[in-house]
Design a protein. Structure first.
Length: 377
């Protein structure tokens, strides 16, 4: 498969400790275990950086012989990084509980899918972007799941109708502008799961978002993929005798790769983050292949780190007081989401609190409505 040469050096990476964003307190503990690869430092790295954190090889039973005749692929840079900054802020570090970091790092070492559960707004989906950004693994391959989603949707899409429309019509007189039928690669695009299973030089991060909303069969359909790290494209396999290599589009949009003999196989399994809101249970066979972690509601220290990452600088006393009020209002439940706090801090910075106290409290209560009952507290 085609791809540019990766010039990045796998040097020793990661900070010596886990530190929050500017204006937030340092995370629990003076140091982190040496075996941790992802340390919640808040670093933003590009796959093209000269020095990237070293990612050790997975266990032998999680390694695959890639179906590639051109060597491993270099991870493309994720555009201008705007999407990462939009989601994570300037430096989103010190926002995760150490108990979460232990399981996340075990999943990266073992290259097992990470099943992340928790209430809405606790940062389940954001976790995938934090991992990709800190380790320099490129843009996150996002696969949002709904009730109609099938395994094929994640692997690839073939526009058969478009190809038929472009084919010469029987009985129609050819015109001077008519040319040969474009190759099949023009009509085939690898999905986010299919793109993640390409033989990348460094593993990609795949976010399977809200799997609990899927049809009952999808988790079981994923079992073979999670074990074998490969899939076949029948439309390309049928052409293998006459056209062994076909260039196709990927979920990276402007990045194309060459598929050989209709088969896609990874060199090592990608880092897969699967989120669930707990709306259904998954079969034991599926859970056995995953590592599971529940995202707790962030405490005041980690909420302050999240606010600081988006608004920059040291938090002033009014903002810190707002964080404390948010924690008190939330209590032991998770009926308030982090974005509700961020919305309120934005209004505070826009001068909404300069009006009388009663108007400010009314606005704050509207923004902090209880999610379980969808009414104002």
């Amino acid at each position: 498969m085609s791809g540019t040469v990766d010039r990045a050096t796998n040097g020793a990476g990661g900070a010596e400790g886990t530190r929050g964003a500017e204006g937030a307190d340092e995370a629990d503990g003076p140091s982190v275990p040496d075996w941790w690869l992802f340390r919640d430092t808040g670093e933003h790295r590009s796959p093209q950086d000269e020095v990237l954190p070293k990612i050790p090889p997975p266990p032998t039973w999680r390694r695959f012989r890639p179906e590639s005749e051109r060597g491993p692929l270099s991870v493309p840079a994720p555009g201008d990084g705007h999407d990462t900054r939009r989601r994570l802020g300037r430096r989103r570090g010190g926002t995760l509980n150490p108990s979460v970091l232990y399981v996340v790092n075990a999943a990266i070492h073992l290259r097992r899918p990470l099943l992340v559960t928790g209430a809405p707004g606790t940062g389940k989906s954001t976790l995938a972007h934090q991992i990709a950004s800190e380790l320099g693994l490129g843009g996150v391959l996002w696969w949002p799941v709904v009730s109609r989603t099938t395994l094929r949707d994640g692997l690839y899409d073939y526009d058969a109708i478009g190809r038929v429309q472009d084919a010469p019509q029987p009985g129609r007189r050819a015109s001077a502008g008519d040319g040969p039928l474009p190759g099949i690669g023009r009509y085939l695009t690898l999905g986010p799961l299919g793109t993640a299973l390409l033989p990348w030089r460094r593993p990609r991060v795949l976010l399977v978002d809200e799997l609990d909303k899927s049809d009952v069969d999808l988790p079981n359909d994923l079992l073979h993929i999670f074990e074998e790290g490969e899939f076949r494209v029948p439309e390309l396999e049928r052409l293998a005798q006459s056209q062994r290599q076909v260039e196709v589009a990927t979920a990276d949009h402007d990045h194309r790769v060459t598929v050989t003999a209709g088969r896609v196989r990874c060199a090592e399994f990608p880092i897969v983050v699967i989120t669930s809101n707990g709306e259904r249970d998954f079969p034991p066979a599926f859970r056995r292949r995953c590592l599971e972690v529940r995202m707790p509601a962030p405490d005041g220290q980690r909420l302050a780190a999240m606010v600081a990452s988006h608004f920059g600088g040291t938090l002033d006393e009014r903002t810190r007081e707002l964080v404390r009020e948010f924690v008190e209002r939330r209590g032991d439940s998770a009926d308030l989401a982090v974005d509700q706090l961020l919305n309120t801090v934005h209004m505070l910075s826009n001068g909404a609190a300069e009006a009388d106290d009663a108007s400010w409290r009314q606005l704050r209560d509207a923004l902090w409505r209880n999610l379980s009952s969808d009414t104002s507290p």
